[in-house]
Design a protein around this ligand. Sequence first.
Ligand SMILES: NC(=O)c1ccc[n+]([C@@H]2O[C@H](COP(=O)([O-])OP(=O)(O)OC[C@H]3O[C@@H](n4cnc5c(N)ncnc54)[C@H](OP(=O)(O)O)[C@@H]3O)[C@@H](O)[C@H]2O)c1
Length: 258
Amino acid sequence: MARLVFITGASSGIGQALAWRFAQAGYRLALAARRTAEVESWVSARGISANSYQIYSADVSVPDSIVAAGRACMAAQGIPDVVVANAGISVGVDTSERADIDVIAQTFATNNIGMAATFHPFIEAMAQRGGGALVGIGSVAGIRGLPGHGAYCASKAAVISYCESLRGELRASGIKVVTICPGYIDTPLTQKNRYVMPFLMQPQDFADKAFKAIEAGASYCVIPWQMGLVAKLLRLLPNALFDKVLAGRPRKRRNSEP
Ligand SMILES: NC(=O)c1ccc[n+]([C@@H]2O[C@H](COP(=O)([O-])OP(=O)(O)OC[C@H]3O[C@@H](n4cnc5c(N)ncnc54)[C@H](OP(=O)(O)O)[C@@H]3O)[C@@H](O)[C@H]2O)c1
């Protein structure tokens, strides 16, 4: 039986590119998203055969919804070899605006609670089998806090720490936890950005590198590598210099901004 990958956020961008890369490597696909019609038309446009994929409708910000999708996947297709918690949102916020407090809550519900709830149903089954990989999609934005982007940066910092904790917890079980931090990837999530995006990468190129890191069982990987250097430098930069470099930089759009 071909290997199986479960991917959230499979209706767009990085999730779709990863799905295609795994399909090319001979994996069966378990594809989760809210917009299942998008996934269905993508699968048929790619000519993926009916017996090698299933689509699951799930909202990762509602734990029961994504947990049910994970259980449905195991019942229909078996225990995945790889689970990619990729679904995520990125919206600018202003803490002085009441409406943005709800945006912060939705960001944490999607990017953080959603990730834990995506992994949850698979852990016991993977541990009994003695192996598997849980992949968390973080971001270089999780390394330092960018002005106007506090919800997203905080959520991705939490992804990095959460996945590191999980990696240690699951070490003895044979389950690998892989943290992938993309730099700037050309997807609908970044297409509205109004600032310069260095080393912008096409999703399929990103997916190729991420696939290799996952197959190699890397614990942590920044893609592209140039942004890995940027991430290392960002960690070292003293606050005063960091604040100066970031001053005046255009901010991520808030929901109410055109
Ligand atoms: N693009 C970049 O430069 C970049 C950089 C660093 C990190 N990342 C991370 O990479 C991941 C994918 O981003 P992308 O660039 O591919 O963005 P995207 O094109 O906007 O896709 C986001 C995906 O997440 C899904 N999603 C969002 N909220 C969801 C929810 N509540 N329940 C279920 N699915 C949900 C969407 O599916 P539905 O709307 O159909 O549910 C969609 O498939 C995110 O975690 C993002 O933070 C991206």
